[in-house]
Design a protein around this ligand. Sequence first.
Ligand SMILES: C[S@@+](CC[C@H](N)C(=O)[O-])C[C@H]1O[C@@H](n2cnc3c(N)ncnc32)[C@H](O)[C@@H]1O
Length: 226
Amino acid sequence: MRERSAAEEWMDDAAATEAEFASALRDLARINRMSLAYRPTLRWLDALVAETGARHLSVLDIGFGGGDMLAAIARWAERRGVTVELAGLDRSPWAARYSAAAGVKARFITADLFDLPESERFDVVLCSLFTHHLRDAELVRFLRWLPGRARRGWLISDLHRHWLPWGFVWGAVRVLRMDPMVVHDSTVSIARGFTRADWERLVAEAGVAARIDWAFPFKWIVSSRG
Ligand SMILES: C[S@@+](CC[C@H](N)C(=O)[O-])C[C@H]1O[C@@H](n2cnc3c(N)ncnc32)[C@H](O)[C@@H]1O
């Protein structure tokens, strides 16, 4: 736990079947609801809209998985009277099929992050539980990539690498009899997660301006509003 783990997640195995991936996405959405995963992103969107007065936003969610963050943003937009044009990018073809079947209304792009065409720009680019899938060198590239893709701002929400959530999650996924991929990947994800010092180092190396905030329970929110 002193340094970011390089252990592999089963979710990143290209051989994962649609059934395995879909079952993991279902439990990931349960974890997102229980861990209040949407709240920091929606609060940040609230602040963005309040500051800029924007009534329309195009939003890209990177590594959208089961699409539940996109669905939460759609509900937020309806409550706030903001119109949104939602897009999600994920390299797994199962993510788009799962989200479409779940009724998520968005444009789904099945591609690796860095293969997104140059012409694609959005008001907001965000991601949740995505960056821990990247190695440090890729993260620095991602941090440099973001300002050119997000006109109004970008936000990263990801796990705090700490023994407390590691132990809690180890027990919770077993007690709740979660999907085997989630049981394996949940603690690996925390071990691949971040400390404040990691984000400070990565942001400095990328040479971008960003705020780093801690959010309950055990998340780091790295963001920039232009
Ligand atoms: C842990 S899941 C998070 C899903 C969702 N954001 C959530 O919070 O539940 C990470 C997602 O990122 C996707 N992913 C990982 N590396 C990627 C890459 N290089 N480019 C695009 N998607 C990637 C995976 O396919 C997976 O759906």
